[in-house]
Structure formats: C-alpha cells, structure tokens
Design a protein around this ligand. Structure first.
Ligand code: FES
Length: 138
C-alpha cells in the first residue's frame, strides 16, 4: 500500500507534525478538495506579519496528512509574504516527491494555507488576499 511513497511522506503520515486545533487563532483556513471531497482546516498564529505557529486538521488521505504536516513546518517562522510562495510543488519537493495520482492532495494543503492567510488579512486589514500588496503597507 505504501508503494510509491517516499520515506519522508511515510514519516509525516505516521507522525504528523502540528496536528490539532488552536485556541484563538489569528487566521483560519477551511477548504475542500473538489477531486476527492476531502476537507482540511488550517490555523495560524501571526505576530508582526510572521507566522509563529501553524496547526491543521484534515479529513483527508495519507498524502493530505503528510503534505499539510510538511507545510506547517515549512511556513513556521516565515513572513506571510514568504509563506505565500510555499506552493504545493515546494511541499512535494520537501517530501521527496508524491506519486502522480496523489499530487492533487498537496493542493489541499496549499489552498488551506492561502485560505488561512486570507482570513487573517480580512480580520486585520478588512481586505483579503486578493489584491494584497505587502510592500504598500509600510
Ligand atoms: Fe483526498 Fe488525497 S485523496 S486529499
């Protein structure tokens, strides 16, 4: 069953990092994967535009668990702008690859992150991710 999964994928699937809910998060992302119907929530703690903590919950497959676990590790300590550059492709690369049929699962993790950042921006600036220009805010 594990055929085609890298050791890193199996490690993050078996021991996912940052699973669970967060109390009073600064941003919450809630997304669904249209391909398979799985859903994911992501919670962010943000301080001075830096993500200090990220957590997730998913009703998704093993690849969804591994990619969301990895994405929470990749974005912790990054600015919002840097975190937005973390694509599903960078998550797949950090996991040493995913089988082609499971690549859509990594999109769920990327979408959950974007949705959580969008929520944070709406709460703090009144505007969402669309049209957000980080450099114009200073
Ligand atoms: Fe649904 Fe992987 S099959 S997220």
């Amino acid at each position: 069953m594990a055929a085609g999964y890298s050791e890193k994928v199996m490690d993050h699937f078996r021991h996912p990092r940052n699973v669970g809910e967060m109390e009073n998060p600064d941003g919450i992302g809630h997304v669904g994967n249209p391909t398979c119907g799985d859903i994911m929530e992501m919670y962010l703690r943000v301080k001075d535009k830096v993500i200090t903590e990220a957590k997730f919950k998913t009703f998704g497959c093993g690849a969804a668990i591994a990619t969301s676990s990895m994405i929470t590790e990749l974005i912790t300590g990054k600015t919002l702008e840097e975190a937005l550059k973390v694509s599903n492709k960078s998550v797949i690369a950090a996991l040493d690859g995913l089988p082609p049929v499971k690549q859509h699962c990594s999109v769920l993790a990327e979408d959950a992150l974007k949705s959580a950042i969008d929520d944070y921006l709406k709460k703090t600036t009144g505007k969402g991710l669309e049209g957000w220009q980080p450099h114009n805010e200073h």
